[in-house]
Design a protein around this ligand. Structure first.
Ligand code: THU
Length: 133
């Protein structure tokens, strides 16, 4: 499978955002995760009346990928439903860091405009398995 480019990955995240279930915050988020074999996993935020039960778009996508045997992530596109470019929350930064500390993150707004950053910039000196050696 040919790898898709950054703009295409962001488009996949924008599309995934359509499925967001966000009746409590009203903030819809979509994510698209590119793996090193070219596969793409998408996700959206899924909220719950018991607020802490909700899950972010990035972790939805990552859990889908890992459960399908893909752990080597290269890029994650994330897009929110506001003019502000959406960056992953702290829990998602840590969740992604477990599998791909060197990955790239595309932080997008409602129109799919995005900034490209490294996960290591978003989570400097992150804690991982090697921290316990
Ligand atoms: N949210 C995400 O899905 N990803 C992020 O990176 C930021 C926050 C969701 C969680 C919640 O459903 C809503 O956005 C408001 O915080």
């Amino acid at each position: 499978m040919d790898k898709i480019n950054a703009a295409e990955l962001m488009s996949a995240a924008v599309k995934a955002r359509e499925s967001a279930y966000a009746p409590y915050s009203g903030f819809k988020v979509g994510a698209a995760l590119l793996c090193d074999d070219g596969s793409v996993y998408t996700g959206c935020n899924v909220e719950n009346a018991s607020y802490p039960c909700g899950i972010c778009a990035e972790r939805t996508a990552a859990a889908k990928a890992v459960s399908e045997g893909r752990k080597r992530f290269t890029v994650c596109a994330v897009t929110g439903s506001s003019a502000e470019k959406c960056t992953p929350c702290g829990i998602c930064r840590q969740f992604l860091y477990e599998f791909a500390p060197d990955m790239t993150v595309l932080c997008g707004n409602k129109d799919g405009e995005y900034d490209e950053v490294k996960l290591s910039e978003l989570l400097p000196r992150g804690f991982g398995a090697s921290s316990m050696e």
